[in-house]
Design a protein around this ligand. Structure first.
Ligand SMILES: [Zn+2]
Length: 120
């Protein structure tokens, strides 16, 4: 291991578990280490951080798709018991979820196969 010349808060979070991560300047090579000992070179940090970003985008897509489906399920219940106002409001919510999902879906589609390796 290279001698650590200086270290400090990096302003980033550990891509594995989300805690603070410190930057170690070893003179020519910077590395990152979190409180529980995850250690990354700059290149590893970049790769791990991209994977974290991809998971976040996929999680957002899933949450939006599920929210739209749930709103429609509850709207159908409301319809069955004759509550047209609630049914209409939930259908409007579902359409808003669909609109947001389409935006996130475009982001998912913009990720390359390489980006998605190991993240699904
Ligand atoms: Zn960590």
């Amino acid at each position: 291991m290279a001698e650590v010349l200086s270290q400090g808060a990096s302003g980033f979070t550990c891509p594995r578990f989300g805690g603070a991560i410190w930057e170690h300047d070893g003179g020519g090579s910077t590395s990152f280490e979190c409180r529980i000992g995850d250690r990354f070179s700059e290149a590893e940090m970049w790769i791990e951080h991209c994977a974290t970003r991809n998971r976040a985008i996929l999680t957002a897509a899933r949450a939006l798709a599920e929210n739209a489906a749930l709103a429609r399920r509850i709207a159908a219940s409301a319809e069955r018991r004759g509550d047209a106002a609630v049914a209409a409001r939930l259908e409007a919510e579902a359409q808003e979820e669909d609109r947001l999902y389409a935006q996130v879906r475009a982001m998912v589609d913009g990720l390359s196969e390489d980006d998605l390796d190991g993240t699904a």
